[in-house]
Design a protein around this ligand. Structure first.
Ligand code: NAD
Length: 492
């Protein structure tokens, strides 16, 4: 683990084994941290905070740019490690490293310029300031599907705002997160600390630590609820990026040459293991036959295999239990009348690795698990709609609210879509594109708070209003100040 600028092994003596989901072999171990290491890391971060908070924004920006530079320098090694422990194709992991570096560059610049603002005061003898100040030690807890990128979405703005960090990586992908320390080792000791270990042990210790006022978490809704329960008695500031069940609407005027591969990309990027993966597809009835046949053919052409091979489109799922969940949901759908157009099984030519064929389902009922629970796997359940009213109602038929997508040329549909669909990000004709300047987050069971953009910086800053009157006149004017003066004179 990386604590106070040094490598340390845990005091428990226990380790966590890290698997390669392609070979199913153990490729390394990391220490199973405990509350003791969490406390050491928090104490180091607390001490570092007393200095880091006063480092001028321009200087912090240089530190963050240097993180970005080192990440780019290590791009190939980091991408390879991400591939070995997460199973995502190498080319996608190179993208992830690049996006991670870009996020550090972005917050270096935003943090450099932004400290607060002067607001109109009530009288001319007054100055009113809105100050943005760091909280202190921020606890960051991240998942395995984009371990570097989702770390950067928290760590970069939190550091730019003047906070210090204790980071808990996922136990599925801790090796890449520990390599990250090499890109952070120019920061003063204690500014970023990395503690590996189980969510229930290290995560809980971080969430309940009295010197950690902010928890920034990305992961499942169930874990987010548990964190909210644990943090409530201390009134911690929570930032929760949780699960999703994104809809994709394909309107009757959509161009299928674009929409078929576009929907497949939105559903199958990282094997469907993206929080904003398309998990419900609603197609206008007039296009249904052509769309479903074409997407089934397209998906059949994707290459499953070794994620390190450049030709591979889809690697294995990250863990056996994630594949088992996908299998359960597809089985539930089939037992209740859904038809499998392609997939629906493990590929016979890949007996090793947690592979599952990309699966297109039709005749899907709205109460089937694939339509209401997060799948987090390569499944495309498709249903028809007749009117745009119906499409919007279907898109909103979820407790989640992370993202939603639409293909159309119709401006009226576009306006209705972004005004009426309840989600944090609405993509029109360009699925899943991220923009560092665009705030990202959910509503409902998809969480609270926003990452990225200026909103993402504000998540890590306390807003203080400073009211300063330099007239030195007694105020308010109606308060009997003279009585006090008379009494003082009479008494002297
Ligand atoms: P997870 O909830 O199992 O774990 C996420 C992290 O939280 C891990 O580091 C884990 O060790 C830790 N954790 C688990 N239980 C905890 C607890 N009780 N207290 C403290 N920490 C705890 O999620 P996962 O399987 O790693 O990731 C997949 C989930 O993440 C999916 O639901 C996906 O939708 C969601 N996700 C959301 C976003 C987003 O931005 N909204 C992005 C990526 C992934």
């Amino acid at each position: 683990m990386w604590i106070n600028g040094e490598w340390v092994s845990g005091c428990s003596g226990r380790v966590i084994e890290v698997l390669n989901p392609y070979t199913e072999e153990v490729i390394g171990t990391v220490p199973a941290g405990t509350a003791i290491e969490v406390d050491r890391a928090v104490q180091a971060a607390q001490v570092a905070f007393t200095m880091w908070r006063w480092v001028p924004g321009v200087q912090r920006a240089e530190y963050l740019h240097e993180v970005a530079r080192k990440l780019r320098e290590k791009e190939m090694a980091l991408a390879r490690q991400l591939t070995l422990e997460g199973g995502k194709p190498f080319i996608e992991n190179r993208d992830e490293v690049g996006w991670t570096a870009a996020c550090f560059d972005y917050y270096a610049e935003i943090g450099r310029h932004s400290r607060g603002r002067v607001i109109p005061s009530i009288e001319s003898s007054q100055l009113s300031l809105v100050l943005k100040e760091p909280y202190g030690v921020v606890g960051c807890i991240v998942p395995w599907n984009y371990p570097l990128l989702l770390m950067a979405w928290k760590v970069a703005p939190a550091l730019a705002a003047g906070n210090t960090i204790v980071l808990k990586p996922s136990s599925v992908t801790p090796l890449t997160s520990l390599m990250l320390a090499e890109a952070l080792d120019h920061l003063p000791p204690g500014v970023v600390n990395i503690v590996t270990g189980a969510g229930e042990e290290v995560g809980n210790a971080l969430v309940t630590h009295p010197q950690v006022p902010v928890i920034a978490f990305t992961g499942s809704t169930a874990a987010g609820q548990q964190i909210a329960r644990l943090a409530a008695p201390m009134m911690k500031k929570l930032h929760l990026e949780l699960g999703g069940k994104d809809a994709f609407i394909v309107a009757e005027d959509a161009d299928l040459d674009v929409a078929v591969p576009g929907v497949a990309w939105a559903a199958l990027l990282n094997n469907g293991q993206v929080c904003t993966s398309t998990e419900r597809i609603y197609v206008h009835r007039s296009l249904m036959d052509e769309f479903t046949t074409s997407i089934a053919e397209y998906v059949q052409g994707l290459i499953l295999g070794d994620p390190l091979e450049p030709a591979t489109d889809l690697g294995p799922l990250a863990r056996e239990e994630y594949r088992a969940k996908v299998e359960r949901q597809v089985q539930d759908a089939v037992e209740r009348g859904a038809r499998v157009l392609t997939g629906g099984r493990r590929p016979s030519h890949l007996p090793r690795g947690f592979f599952y064929e990309p699966t297109v389902l039709v005749d899907v009922g709205r109460d089937m698990q694939v339509m209401c629970e997060e799948t987090f796997g390569p499944v495309l359940p498709i249903a028809a709609f007749d009117t745009f009213d119906e499409a919007i109602a279907l898109a909103n038929e979820t407790d989640y609210g992370l993202g939603a997508n639409l293909y159309t040329h119709n401006a009226r549909y576009v306006k209705r879509f972004y005004e009426e669909v309840r989600a944090g990000t609405l993509w029109i004709n360009d699925p899943l594109t991220d923009n560092d300047a665009g705030p990202f987050g959910g509503v409902g069971m998809s969480g609270v708070g926003r990452e990225l953009g200026e909103e993402g910086l504000d998540e890590f800053r306390v807003t203080k209003h400073v009211h300063w009157d330099f007239s030195m006149e007694p105020k308010p004017w109606w308060y009997p100040y003279e009585r006090y003066s008379r009494e003082r004179e009479g008494g002297s």
